[in-house]
Design a protein around this ligand. Structure first.
Ligand code: FES
Ligand SMILES: [Fe+2]
Length: 460
């Protein structure tokens, strides 16, 4: 039982009155990875958070200077930049970074601004031989060296040595390309703290994008991000998940400044709803959400979690070209295990297809953001990666159900439920008489951790 945990500083922090996620791990047959056995039990205080951080243009402007221009952030998948000359433009607020791969095979990041009179050199993504500005034709090679301009007689002051494109730091992890505009920032490896040691075993680099939805949401980027780093809201917002997701006893962890995690067990009814559902009803509800007509029978003495692991394993094996029998825990086959790397990169863990979220400001609008939902699917090592799925874009008024054809009806419905909250949160924050939000000590510790790190950046 899990009701009370004594914190290391002597404080008693309550826990859901049920078994814990760690208790579920005790029932695993396969060896449990050390990363899943970690449980940080962190208490970061109970103070309210002021609402200006979500609605104030001045606060937003400080984030641009202190966060977006100082932190490592995901720009794209490395598959966008496979060959020399592939390019991808990553826009963040009013900054624009032109990523490419040069002829030596090195990844390069440049400020996407012509050194003549400032035109953006590229937009979107594509392939090019050189970086030639469409306005007057000034040109750079892929390594950023100035190649020349029409009418050089008029520019004796423009020399090749002085006119290389200014660079932005670029690094990769897990098949993702990260950029950082701050030359003084730590390396990506140091910045990621415990995340690679935890997640390398789930091989994000050995995956392709099997789905990508990008939606504009009428809420501050942090309002949207915070809705996906706690499971507490699922009780009211996603009631259809109660038969098969253990929400109340989700585990929440934080490490250092940049990394946090939620683990919500799948295939078990929410503890406070458990008496309402048989194992078979849990199973049937899962299949219904997945859009399947099949209703696999849970055997006597078997749990729905065990049955789901049994029927999930073959497809995970096939995708990865590996046999996970006896090697993968049920948790790694099905649980929602989602990390956050500050400020906005949220990869999930596990051996099967995993989600990754990202939330960015929508240009310089404090009241809207862009949410990315990627599904990443394994492919066998030594085989060419399948093509990434095209990006499915949804505007501010288009619900996630408009993307049901790529997301599936069940998943798009879950995101619709979140999507219905977010603009109403933004609206309600502005209408707040109280002027602050109140957080749970445990279930919302990641929201607090995220905001405490944000404050550290803003105050340096
Ligand atoms: S602005 Fe780029 S060549 Fe003139
Ligand atoms: Fe949700």
């Amino acid at each position: 039982m899990n009701e009370k945990t004594k914190h290391t500083d002597g404080q008693i922090i309550a826990r859901a009155p049920s078994y814990s996620f760690q208790d579920l791990l005790d029932r695993e047959v396969a060896p449990v990875p050390d990363a899943l056995r970690e449980s940080t039990e962190t208490f970061l205080g109970s103070e309210d958070l002021g609402i200006e951080r979500y609605i104030s243009p001045e606060f937003f402007a400080r984030e641009v200077e202190k966060v977006w221009r100082k932190t490592w952030q995901v720009a794209c998948r490395e598959s966008r930049l496979r060959r020399p000359g592939d390019y991808f433009v990553y826009d963040i607020v009013n900054d624009s970074i032109l990523l490419t791969r040069d002829d030596s095979g090195a990844l390069k990041g440049y400020y996407n601004s012509c050194l003549h009179r400032g035109r953006a050199l590229k937009r979107g993504a594509g392939r090019t031989e050189n970086l030639r500005c469409p306005y007057h034709g000034w040109s750079w090679n892929l390594a950023g060296e100035f190649e020349g301009a029409p009418c050089p007689w008029d520019f004796p002051h423009v020399t090749q040595e002085k006119f290389s494109l200014p660079e932005v730091r670029v690094a990769t992890w897990g098949g993702w390309v990260f950029i950082n505009m701050d030359e003084a920032a730590p390396s990506l490896e140091d910045y990621m703290e415990v995340l690679p040691a935890h997640m390398n075993q789930w091989k994000h680099e050995q995956r392709y994008v099997s789905m990508h939805v990008e939606k504009v949401i009428a809420a501050n980027w942090k309002v949207a991000l915070e809705a996906f780093i706690e499971s507490y809201h699922a009780i009211a917002t996603h009631p259809q998940l109660m038969p098969f997701q253990a929400i109340d006893n989700s585990q929440y962890d934080v490490w250092g400044d940049h990394v946090s995690r939620t683990i919500t067990a799948y295939g078990v009814a929410n503890p406070s709803h458990a008496e309402l559902f048989t194992e078979q009803q849990s199973m049937d509800a899962m299949m219904e959400l997945a859009g399947s007509e099949e209703r696999p029978e849970v055997a006597p003495l078997q749990t729905a979690r065990e049955k789901l692991a049994e029927i999930t394993l073959p497809s995970v094996n096939e995708q990865a070209g590996e046999d996970f029998s006896g090697r993968a825990t049920m948790s790694e086959l099905m649980d929602s295990t989602l990390y956050l790397l500050f400020p906005n990169f949220a990869p999930w863990a596990g051996h099967g297809t995993v989600i990754t979220y990202r939330h960015r400001p929508n240009g310089d609008d404090v009241d809207s953001c862009i949410m990315d939902i990627f599904l990443l699917t394994r492919y066998p090592e030594g085989t060419p990666p399948p093509d990434d799925a095209p990006t499915f874009r949804l505007g501010i008024d288009e619900p996630f159900s408009d993307a049901a054809e790529v997301m599936g009806a069940g998943l798009s419905n879950v995101f619709n439920q979140d999507g219905a909250n977010l603009p109403q949160v933004q609206k309600g924050l502005k209408a707040s008489k109280k002027g602050a939000v109140t957080l749970g000590n445990y279930q919302e510790v990641r929201v607090r951790h995220f905001n405490q790190t944000l404050d550290k950046y803003l105050n340096t």
